[in-house]
Design a binder for this molecule. Structure first.
Ligand code: CA
Length: 312
């Protein structure tokens, strides 16, 4: 197995003025952060978390590797909030997934209520457990899952990155098989769109995860778009995990400084690659004309010299 395509999309939604979500779609690392705090503090917290995760290198492995990055992100957000009163109390959720194609596993680490799901055979399985008030009330039997979905405090989280000097990160590893689609999202999607609808939308858009991401954002907005909406998707396909990244993921990582949008960039990268030989061919034709002109000039000069000599 190996990584297929991947896509990430974020949207402010219909009620919020700013987007305080952030995401990472840089194969093999994927993450969503949902910031919180007054003024622009939520954006700062989510941005600091994303920046810490982006420091992941080839040596970062599994759930433990991502957990270490989240602990470091927590330290940076906490220190910033202590030094800068305008950001006091800021924090962010983070849910991050790291694919290890060699072992066929995905490491997941998370804090807060941004979720990771795995879609396998049409069934959507929620991998993470929300660190939220309503999740705890469901766990203790006070609320039913249906009551939790409509609860006015459903966005209240019990754990966040950066709100305290230390953080407790949940981390685990799950298996990945060809055909699996992994999805990470902020609560702006999961509070607005049911698991069944998420599964249906992604299944219908099969073949383009970028289309699936856009369709999920549209669905969340159609249901009210009450919060920022962010979703990152990646799929597992059959293939050699040791082989260099094949046609689809290779250009996506080559242009990974922006939003990962695999298939579109793949297509645009191919004509560029074949532009090399074409340019060389053009230069060859351009180099031939001066050579012909030089031969003609030498011949004309020779004839002139000959004519000059004869005429004397
Ligand atoms: Ca949110």
């Amino acid at each position: 197995m190996r990584l297929g395509s991947a896509a990430g999309v974020t949207d402010t939604g219909r009620r919020r003025l700013r987007n305080e979500d952030a995401f990472i779609c840089e194969p093999p690392l994927f993450a969503v952060a949902d910031g919180m705090g007054g003024a622009r503090a939520g954006e700062i917290a989510a941005g600091l978390a994303a920046a810490a995760l982006e420091e992941a290198g080839a040596e970062t492995r599994g759930a433990e590797g991502i957990t270490a990055l989240l602990v470091e992100a927590n330290r940076r957000i906490w220190e910033r909030s202590v030094q800068d009163p305008a950001t006091a109390g800021m924090g962010t959720t983070v849910t991050a997934a790291l694919l290890d194609a060699a072992t066929g596993t995905v490491g997941v680490a998370h804090v807060g209520d941004s979720r990771a799901y795995r879609l396998r055979g049409g069934a959507l399985e929620q991998l993470t457990t929300d660190h939220s008030l309503v999740a705890e009330l469901v766990e203790s039997g006070v609320l039913s899952p249906e009551e939790a979905e409509r609860h006015p405090q459903r966005s209240a989280i019990t754990r966040a990155l950066g709100t305290e000097a230390t953080v407790d990160v949940d981390a685990f590893t799950v298996g990945a098989e060809p055909g699996d689609v992994f999805l990470i999202c902020s609560d702006g999607l999961s509070n607005m769109v049911s698991d069944d609808e998420i599964a249906a939308v992604v299944s219908e858009a099969r073949g383009s995860l970028a289309d699936a991401g856009e369709a999920l954002v549209s669905a969340a907005n159609a249901h009210g778009g009450e919060d920022n909406i962010t979703v990152v998707l990646f799929e597992i396909v059959a293939g050699d995990p040791e082989a260099p990244p094949p046609s689809v993921p290779a250009p996506a990582t080559a242009t990974a400084d922006g939003v990962g949008d695999g298939p579109g960039e793949t297509q645009s990268a191919e004509p560029l690659a074949s532009g090399g030989p074409l340019r060389r061919h053009g230069a060859g034709a351009g180099g031939r004309l001066p050579a012909i002109l030089l031969i003609v000039a030498v011949l004309v000069l020779g004839i002139l010299v000959l004519y000059w000599g004869v005429s004397r």
